[in-house]
Design a protein around this ligand. Structure first.
Ligand SMILES: C[S@@+](CC[C@H](N)C(=O)[O-])C[C@H]1O[C@@H](n2cnc3c(N)ncnc32)[C@H](O)[C@@H]1O
Length: 280
């Protein structure tokens, strides 16, 4: 089906205005594919007609639905297992500095449907004896309301549950209901979720660890810088920022410095290198 280039431009501009994500012209092919389910469900004949509908008054819900469909929500449990292994070591090292307060706060910015932050929750629960007496605060945020609503419920399809999750953890922390798997209530209650744009004012308080993995990839440079600047304002001085394997702070901000030893781990540039840097 031929889509008017003006419609594609309008849809990608809408996405960028609301989320900061840029769909370059070379990736415009994704638009038609991503919007097919909305067109079908709402009986809209084409992307051109959708664009016309979006211009009508009272189209806010359709607009949100369209933006959510255009976002890339790809995620899975323990995504990049090596990164998770490093992450667990980083948490151990942060804990050394938190013996006084016995409190750790972790923020997954761009958490999609929750698999990343629930993977961390499973790690803490699996090592319950070690963390007894600790306050572990886990926060997941995403600009997509659809993704956050799904994360809050913690309900996964057979396909999703099989991606990255060892069978032992699947059987321990999920209950099957037909073709779906529902997360255990105790795990669900460990994580708070909030709809939030990483380009807006960040959540209150200080975080010991921030995961912002595979979110910056499709931001233009200025938005990468803004997102990193925002995150830097809520990082503990000895805390860690973890980006995705294909992402970096280099060239976008001088607020963070690379920490050798762990892939994609950064610390505030203002602070002296601390315990966390000794992760090997
Ligand atoms: C590819 S997924 C990555 C999910 C998870 N962090 C992982 O690595 O598995 C990227 C997520 O970032 C979210 N996202 C995109 N732009 C965002 C923004 N401006 N603020 C917050 N989340 C955003 C998307 O909705 C999507 O759920």
């Amino acid at each position: 089906m031929h889509v008017n280039p003006a419609s594609l431009n309008m849809l990608s501009s809408l996405l960028e205005a609301r989320t900061g994500q840029r769909l370059s012209t070379g990736r415009h092919w994704r638009i038609e594919m991503a919007l097919k389910p909305i067109l079908k469900a709402r009986g809209i004949a084409s992307c051109d007609e959708l664009v016309a509908r979006l211009a009508e008054p009272g189209s806010a819900a359709l607009c949100n639905e369209t933006i959510d469909a255009l976002l890339n929500n790809e995620t899975y449990f323990f995504r990049d297992s090596e990164a998770f292994a490093d992450l667990f070591k980083v948490i151990e090292n942060i804990a050394v500095n938190r013996q006084g307060t016995k409190r750790i706060r972790i923020w997954s910015a761009g958490c999609s449907t929750g698999q990343e932050i629930y993977s961390l929750a499973m790690h803490f629960c699996d090592n319950a004896a070690q963390w007894r007496g600790w306050s572990i605060e886990l926060l997941g945020t995403d600009v997509s309301r659809t993704a956050i609503n799904r994360a809050r419920i913690g309900d996964y399809s057979q396909f999703e549950i099989q991606r990255g999750l060892p069978a032992r953890l699947m059987l321990r922390w999920f209950e099957q209901s037909g073709s779906h798997w529902r997360i255990d209530e105790s795990l669900r209650k460990m994580v708070r979720f909030r709809c939030q744009n990483v380009l807006d004012v960040p959540p209150p308080g200080q975080f010991d660890l921030v995961l912002c993995r595979n979110v910056l990839l499709y931001f233009p440079a200025a938005n990468r810088s803004s997102a990193l600047q925002n995150i830097s304002t809520v990082m503990a001085p000895d805390g860690g920022l973890i980006l995705g394997a294909g992402e970096t702070v280099l060239g976008y901000t001088d607020r963070f410095r690379v920490l050798p030893g762990v892939r994609s781990l950064y610390q505030l540039a203002l602070s002296e290198p601390q315990q966390i840097s000794s992760v090997a």
